[in-house]
Design a protein around this ligand. Sequence first.
Ligand code: ZN
Ligand code: ZN
Length: 339
Amino acid sequence: MPIAAPRPESWLRPVPGGLYCGPGGFFIDPTRPVDRAVVTHGHGDHARPGNRHVLATAETLAIMRARYGADAGGSLQAAAYGEPVIVNGVSVTLVPAGHVLGSAQAVLEYRGSRVVVSGDYKRRRDPTCAAFEPQSCDVFVTEATFGLPVFRHPSDAAEIGRLLHSLRLFPERCHVVGVYALGKCQRVIALLREAGYDAPVYIHGALAPLCALYERLGVALGPLLPATGAGKEGLAGKIVLAPPGALADRWSRRLPDPVAALASGWMRVKQRAKARGIELPLVISDHADWDELTATLRDTGAPEIWVTHGNEEALVHYASGAGLKARALALVGYEDEES
Ligand SMILES: [Zn+2]
Ligand SMILES: [Zn+2]
């Protein structure tokens, strides 16, 4: 007689500090320093410093080293996509999540029971990272940052088209685009290049290290120049990328008659754009929108869904309506403000 596989909740559970795999003795994206961490991607709310042992893709480890230096972790173990690593009897395989460079879903298998932890993800094509690969599983653990039917992201090429259109309409004005330093920045640059924009893109100093790292890891970004030092006149009619926070502070005073843009899924909410003084909201997100989330639940074929963070209720409700078992884990510590 075959031995029944253990129930997923018996070997993987939410605890303060993150999702914990008991038999494996590891956390996934722990929010406080732990002995063993599996890290899905380099964003600061998922990859934190100070863990004793970290398992992640080589790209994620490189991002963590760039951000945290020696605090990136005691020992860092790289796993290639699709290469299983056995941790205390639990098999851990990282597969692409399509979120940012190096981002991964963690595919966990324990005694015939299979759980996929998505981390953050999106389904649409991104020239700067490998595309999400749906995995069949018993439980799919998903984020729900944009887990409401109102969130339907438009095509990113069309959003970049709006930026370039504005640049043609206002050739004397500087276009400053707020972008998150990891992922969004490099994706916006790559999308500009795909749209045929081959002029230098000017970048705020805070964005330079990760752009350089992406280039070292094989993502071509074309000519980039520091915004500082270009001089006020020199930035007229140019595209400048800056962290979202810099848009409102003294730094942006050096820009000639700037058009303030912000690339974020939250720009779908008009009041958010208005409250931040954003003249040109660009709905470009590194997270799945409602349609991508629901399509992914179907693609994995999982009979059970756990929702980690974001707008959990609506997605749980949708999944239940689709005949799936679904629960909200309500994990805290994952903020996707600039998504
Ligand atoms: Zn993220
Ligand atoms: Zn996140």
